[in-house]
Write a protein that binds this ligand. Structure first.
Ligand code: PLP
Length: 404
């Protein structure tokens, strides 16, 4: 007489991007003659770089020979990749050792799974709006209380509004959380915390014995000097921060799958339990390692040619971001983001809700975006466009929106 995990039943609707994808495909099926441009789901469109392809081929060849074949990967990652990532931290002036880097198949699973190592009574705080995985995974874990469909909020979650008024930078919450999720550059607003702002959070977390889960998935898009690429650039972060890393948006690995989570050995719970061995134990039990060939590819990203090539790759999307931002601004729209992130955060027009604006754009401009309300209540009346389309489609989408 099995029963399901009732916490899963609390989740309202389907996952945001599944709903967007379903609506997009439904519309396209009904209008096969129309060209619908998707700037909705944040997936890359450019092929992998030469260094990645060369590394993949070489690793595949190794796998075909008895003397260089690789079976199960070490569950915490191959040293060649952990060392390469640690070296990059050192270059940035961050004190992170290779054995504090846990290689994984991406930041989505790590951002969803990391909450497992914390007690159920821990109170979480999230930026509002933000990547929906943080809240949804805590709902599944039974940590969020009850859902209010009118406000789109959970009773036990601390929401930190990121609005036009505060420049989309969250203020320190009135009630002290135990776990603070920060995503900078932020998905969906595209806003990035300056070093002094992030330092304030690190000091706050240390003072309150809270932990910051810092999602750095978009660090490669930072163009401004005073925006940190890693929370470990801040003093004191080793005792309060976990960092999530992804190869998806910097190196185009959305289909290859690679990421990492960094947990410093100095990070200890209020009752003296270090988090590092807990996450290592979890990896050991629930994860069998990212594929050898993918980790080899990932290490190639850190070679001088690899670094140059991903810089060019990111540059292509940054050009799209600037085009959308400036094009829509000139067209009279209110738009944010796009400078340190591949996302443009636009205000809906005519008082439309985010979902009304989604339908409006789809039906009248055949452009798909993502409704801001899907990222949190403060995202209502906003809309997210991504810079990950092709340049041609990006230009065409902006033209279509401007003609409305
Ligand atoms: N974190 C944020 C903030 C994201 O926006 C995304 C994907 O869109 C991810 C993590 C997922 O990254 P990955 O592809 O490495 O799983």
């Amino acid at each position: 007489m099995f029963k399901v995990n009732e916490d899963y039943l609390k989740l309202p609707g389907s996952y945001l991007f599944s709903t967007v994808g379903k609506k997009f495909r439904g519309y396209q099926a009904q209008h096969p003659d129309q060209k619908v441009i998707s700037l909705g789901i944040g997936d890359v469109t450019r092929p992998l770089t030469e260094s990645t392809i060369t590394a993949l081929h070489a690793a595949v060849d190794e796998m075909g020979k008895a003397e260089t074949f690789h079976g199960y990967a070490p569950d915490l990652g191959y040293d060649f990749l952990r060392n390469a990532m640690a070296a990059e931290y050192t270059e940035r002036g961050c004190d992170i050792a290779a054995d504090e880097v846990f290689v994984s198949d991406g930041a989505k699973s790590d951002s969803a799974n990391i909450q497992e190592i914390f007690g159920r009574d821990n109170v979480i705080a999230v930026c509002d709006p933000v990547y929906p995985v943080y809240v949804d995974s805590n709902v599944m874990a039974g940590r969020t209380g009850t859902y209010d469909a009118n406000t789109g909020t959970w009773s036990d979650v601390i929401y930190m509004p990121c609005t036009e008024e505060n420049g989309f930078a969250p203020a320190l919450p009135e009630k002290t959380p135990d776990i603070i999720y920060l995503c900078s550059p932020n998905n969906p607003t595209g806003a990035a915390l300056k070093k002094s702002e992030l330092q304030k959070w690190v000091d706050y977390a240390n003072a309150n014995h809270a932990v910051i889960i810092f999602d750095a998935a978009y660090e490669a898009y930072i163009t401004e000097e005073d925006v940190p690429h890693s929370i470990f650039e801040c003093k004191g972060a080793r005792t309060c921060a976990i960092e999530l890393r992804s190869f998806s948006k910097n190196a185009g690995y959305t289909g290859l799958r690679l990421g990492a989570t960094v947990i410093p050995r100095d990070l200890v719970s209020v009752d003296g339990q270090p988090l590092h061995p807990l996450w290592a134990r979890r990896h050991g039990t629930k994860y069998n390692g990212a594929p050898y060939i993918v980790q080899r590819a990932g290490a190639s990203v850190y070679t001088p040619e690899g670094k140059q090539q991903i810089k060019e790759l990111v540059g292509i999307y940054q050009k799209n971001a600037a085009y959308i931002l400036n094009g829509l601004k000139e067209g009279g729209y209110t738009v944010y983001g796009g400078v340190n992130a591949p996302y443009i955060w636009m205000k809906t027009t005519g008082g439309m809700t985010s979902w009304e604006f989604f339908d409006y754009l789809l039906e009248n401009a055949q452009v798909v975006g993502t409704p801001g309300s899907g990222f949190g209540p403060s995202g209502e009346h906003y809309f997210r466009l991504t810079a990950f389309g092709t340049y041609e489609n990006t230009v065409e989408a902006v033209e279509r929106i401007r003609k409305l």
